[in-house]
Design a protein around this ligand. Structure first.
Ligand code: SF4
Length: 283
């Protein structure tokens, strides 16, 4: 059986409107988690854009960013696995998935698709399944592949136990101008503080801020109190119109360049990078 990639339709809208076909994690044991898709592709964002990765996309998120284009479950509720990269042929696996089953799938995908830089745990919000990851991450490192966490950067208590097993953390700082939600400055600050100058974490961290035409330098000035190490690389990611929209990125060049220049007064390395995987037409 082939599963088509989840696509946005009126019946399967972006997060916040999705009727989940998988029970929300409450009540799940720590040895299983709802995962919507597993595949091999190219990282499209941030410091490791262009690297070959395995992606494990967890279902569900506790946030409701207005620009979110991530379906929170597959239409069937099953976990879809693309066994051969780029074929768009998806086969279903049980959901929720057990830890041992996930590791076995990743092992097979590495064998089938060759060398990978890392396994990206993405979502949704992977930290909703922190206890599940606590067992999985060391097993991934044993396979000789790095562990890469993509997170909203808002739940430090769920991050803490995972620190010794993380090689890369891609942390969002959520800007209200883009999310249309309340700011998360305090949570972002506590989250980053755990990563910086902590002997338990020896990996890389970088920051990603999705912004748009209404984002101001004043709003971005919160980065100064959150990201205390000026050497941390900051990525400004232009908000991408939701799937199905005919709009291209609508941020004017002058605004984009002014924000980049403004933040560069506070940090050594500030880059503007859109979601490159959309241009490559890969997952
Ligand atoms: S944190 Fe990420 S997955 Fe969660 S709603 Fe925001 S964009 Fe979507």
């Amino acid at each position: 059986m082939n599963l088509n990639k989840p696509a946005f339709t009126e019946k399967n809208p972006p997060h916040g409107l999705v009727q989940s076909t998988i029970a929300f994690p409450k009540g799940l044991g720590t040895n299983q988690a709802p995962i919507q898709e597993i595949f091999s592709s190219i990282q499209g964002e941030g410091l490791y854009a262009g690297c070959r990765q395995l992606f494990v996309r967890f279902a569900h998120c506790h946030l409701h960013c207005a620009y979110c284009d991530t379906p929170m479950t597959t239409p069937s509720g099953q976990c879809a696995v693309e066994w051969q990269a780029g074929t768009n042929q998806w086969k279903p696996e049980e959901n929720p998935l057990k830890q041992s089953h996930l590791v076995a799938i990743l092992q097979q995908l590495i064998t089938a698709n060759g060398k990978h830089h890392s396994v990206s745990f993405t979502g949704g919000e992977p930290l909703l399944y922190s206890q599940f990851l606590l067992t999985v991450l060391p097993q991934i490192q044993v396979l000789g592949v790095k562990t890469f966490l993509e997170t909203s950067g808002t739940q430090p208590h769920l991050l803490a136990p995972l620190l010794p097993f993380l090689d890369v953390v891609a942390m969002d700082v959520k800007l209200p101008s883009a999310t249309k939600q309340a700011p998360r400055w305090v949570e972002n600050q506590a989250f980053y503080a755990l990563l910086e100058n902590n002997p338990a974490f020896t990996g890389d961290v970088f920051i990603k801020c999705v912004f748009n035409q209404s984002t101001t330098l004043e709003e971005l000035s919160h980065l100064k109190t959150i990201v205390t190490n000026p050497k941390t690389v900051i990525f400004l990611q232009p908000e991408t119109p939701l799937e199905g929209s005919t709009n291209a990125i609508t941020i004017d060049a002058q605004h984009m360049l002014a924000l980049q220049a403004g933040i560069s007064a506070w940090f050594e390395d500030v880059r503007v990078l859109p979601q490159t995987h959309k241009f490559l037409k890969v997952s």
